[in-house]
Ligand binder design. Structure first.
Ligand code: TNX
Length: 562
């Protein structure tokens, strides 16, 4: 059976199979299922070499066919039923076009793995075999996200399309693009061209661990054009993935301040008389946006262009890791605090987010922010992405009435090493195994019954300080993203040993798509064998993870430096 595990699946006992035959095979589709039919046709024509017609639905059934239809019959829009049988071939009924699409993705995973290739590999194929099966399926969560940081390292458009294709194959429905950070600005803004002209390029990058303070001396840069991003959005939409853009503010803005120094706190130490550069070190910059009206306006203008390119109802404004030391030292910021009657600088952040959030509201978009937005007293209607302190921050935000996407670093930060083994490539911290990801439950411990519906889903993150290229990115994502997909799609309570068994049978499908995943090891496969040590749960504030041995001595990513 496939990944993610369907809600209900019945495969006929024994080896009963049906065959789809090259001769006369057709895809039957009603109007609403045409887009899914086109995708299926393209995938099968490429991998089989067959010539496949898509024909309209008629009352007769045809054995040598795949039928795709939308039905109002008791299914949620994103749910589907799939059955295969000798008389009617494959029938997929979706609650809506999105349900048909997911049923079609399930079919692709039930077919022989070679049908996931881009060209035929076994001469002239005369038939494709499928198990006789009956499946009924729908997702557990509405937000099934994958995140990619394209700011710390730039990733080309072509590979982002590939990531979308792979995410969609696993029924993920959100791609969160972290487009800006201290080390690079990747989003083109017509009104402020220097954001990319200056902000998209840094002079060099760190080598090895941050604490080694070594640099490669090689410039790094890149940015997308509006056409690239529009293409990404459209490609994702065909696969029922919403692209949620993030412009991180008011911290993580050093690249923008390098381009437009008037955005910074120029009246404080470290700014006077010197122009900031796009940051070359990892970690958190203490250089943050000032809180002048002109800066709020600047950010609003940027967001207007973001909303022109991204139709997503959700726009991520970051809001994480914003040191307040410059605001403390800035006379202008202190004046703003006084005017607003604030006692703590951190409140300025909540104010800033709310101001800028107005520009989203004006176009009917929702703000998403990291969980620091809750600390800062940010807007109540912001969707919170909860990443800190295991599930604790998510619980807090959900109890306060925020909608929450769970993204706790201990489970779903895929920039952490797969294992603590010395042979593991360099990673920010260690270790999150495929098993750790699989055992993650998006419902935080101790959450009240009433707040449960505020957990709208979860997301897997790939921060890319230590992920310089697409090969490393695929290695970090896979196969952990397969486990994550099941966490957010399938009913709770999956059994890891059973999943691991399915994962071994899923691997040939990843091979067929050429995914550079981390190979499974005995530790990943057997329930209790070879387990190095039991992993205790986190005890308030202390990491349950040991650092990758010999690699990091402390969680250095949250160090603050100039
Ligand atoms: C924390 S998660 C960050 C990122 C880093 C990441 C490294 C979050 C909202 N901020 O800026 O890249 O840790 O794991």
């Amino acid at each position: 059976m496939i990944i993610p595990r369907p809600v209900k699946a019945h495969l006929s006992s024994g080896d009963r199979k049906i065959a789809l035959e090259a001769d006369g095979f057709v895809i039957v589709a009603d109007d609403e299922s045409r887009p899914a039919a086109s995708l299926l046709r393209a995938a099968l024509e490429a991998s089989t070499g067959w010539d496949i017609a898509v024909v309209p639905k008629t009352p007769e059934t045809r054995p040598n066919s795949v039928t795709l239809v939308v039905t109002g019959d008791g299914l949620p829009a994103d749910g589907y039923r799939l059955r295969t049988g000798p008389e009617e071939g494959v029938v997929i009924e979706g609650g809506g076009p999105v349900g048909v699409f997911y049923g079609m993705q399930t079919l692709r995973l039930l077919l022989p793995p070679d049908t996931l290739r881009e060209a035929p590999v076994s001469g002239k194929l005369t038939a494709l075999e499928l198990p006789v099966a009956e499946i009924e399926d729908a997702p557990r969560y509405a937000w099934r996200g994958v995140h990619l940081d394209v700011a710390r390292h730039f990733f080309p458009k072509s590979w982002i399309l590939r990531l979308i294709d792979l995410a969609a194959l696993h029924k993920i429905n959100v791609l969160h693009l972290h487009l800006t950070d201290d080390q690079g600005w990747r989003f083109p803004v017509r009104q402020y061209p220097l954001l990319t002209e200056i902000g998209s390029r840094r002079s060099e990058s760190p080598v090895g661990l941050a604490r080694e303070k070594r640099f490669d001396g090689t410039p790094h840069g890149g940015c997308y054009t509006a056409a690239d991003l529009t293409e990404i959005v459209a490609f994702a939409a065909q696969r029922h993935i919403t692209v949620v853009p993030e412009i991180d503010m008011p911290g993580h803005m050093q690249a923008a301040i390098a381009a437009y120094p008037e955005l910074g706190n120029r009246d404080v130490r470290g700014h006077r008389g010197k122009r900031l550069k796009v940051r070359t070190r990892w970690g958190i910059s203490r250089h943050v946006l000032n809180v002048d009206d002109a800066t709020v306006e600047f950010c609003g203008n940027v967001l207007d262009e973001v909303m022109d390119v991204f139709p997503s109802p959700y726009i991520h404004l970051g809001g994480d890791e914003c040191p307040a030391s410059e605001w403390h030292d800035s006379a202008r910021a202190r004046r703003r605090m006084k005017d607003l009657g604030y006692r703590a600088e951190a409140q300025l952040q909540g104010w800033f987010m709310a101001q800028v959030g107005q520009r989203l509201k004006a176009r009917d978009r929702r703000m998403v922010g990291w969980d620091e937005v809750v600390d800062a007293g940010g807007p109540q209607d912001a969707v919170i992405m909860a990443w800190r302190k295991d599930g604790y921050m998510g619980r807090w935000a959900a109890e306060l009435g925020h909608q929450v996407v769970m993204a706790p670093e201990y489970y779903v930060y895929l920039d952490w090493a797969h294992s603590d083994d010395e042979s593991e490539p360099l990673a920010i911290r260690g270790a999150t195994s495929v098993r750790d990801v699989y055992t993650f439950d998006p419902v935080p411990h101790g959450l009240s019954e009433g707040a449960r519906e505020n957990i709208i889903g979860a997301q897997a993150q790939l921060w890319t300080e230590y992920v310089p290229d697409t090969a490393k990115a695929e290695y970090m994502y896979f196969p952990r993203l397969c486990a994550f997909a099941e966490v957010v799609w399938s009913p709770a309570g999956g059994d890891y040993a059973e999943f691991a068994d399915r994962l071994t049978r899923h691997v040939p499908k990843l091979d067929a798509r050429g995914v550079g995943y981390r190979p499974l090891e005995p530790n990943d496969l057997f329930a209790d064998a070879c387990r190095l040590a039991p992993v205790p749960r986190m005890i308030m504030g202390r990491s349950r993870k040991t650092p990758n041995p010999g690699r990091s001595v402390r969680p250095f990513y949250n160090e603050i430096s100039s």
